[in-house]
Design a protein. Structure first.
Length: 145
């Protein structure tokens, strides 16, 4: 499948999720907090009373990575690598919490894809796998020698 086809499929996936769910933030946060209940305390600690705003920014960034990966790989790679460093060093959050957030976003989006749209599932799965690879590589470079 060529890149233009993948871009078109990803656009359909994200548009459908937006049309069906509107703001996906509460859906993503429900999935994320179910998997990582301890993350709620992190968001409370880091948001200084503006948890909903921080959650929205995180979801927005996750959607951006999913949306832009196929056409702006270098930009997304820089964003992820830099953000991972910030989350680890400054915020003291482990890399798995970071990538699992992107996975929660993808799970919410994926749930809106009809079963018969296998190519849309495949593209979303491929993009998530590639994003995980970037996060894992960045995390591995951060490990002490």
């Amino acid at each position: 499948m060529n890149t233009n086809t993948k871009l078109s499929l990803m656009d359909e996936v994200l548009m459908r999720a937006s049309e069906q769910l509107g703001d996906i933030t509460p859906h993503v946060m429900a999935v994320y907090y179910r998997s990582h209940p301890e993350a709620l305390a992190h968001f409370e600690r880091l948001a200084f009373g503006k948890r909903a705003q921080l959650e929205g920014i995180m979801v927005e960034n996750s959607v951006y990575c999913l949306m832009k990966w196929l056409e702006e790989r270098s930009e997304v790679e820089i964003l992820l690598s830099g953000s991972l460093i910030h989350h680890e060093e400054t915020l003291k959050l482990p890399p798995d919490l970071y990538m699992d957030f992107i996975d929660a976003t993808a799970a919410v989006v994926s749930a809106t894809i009809p079963k018969e749209c296998a190519s849309q599932h495949a593209v979303l799965y491929e993009v998530c796998g590639e994003l995980r690879s970037i996060v894992d590589s960045a995390a591995a470079r951060r490990l002490p020698a």
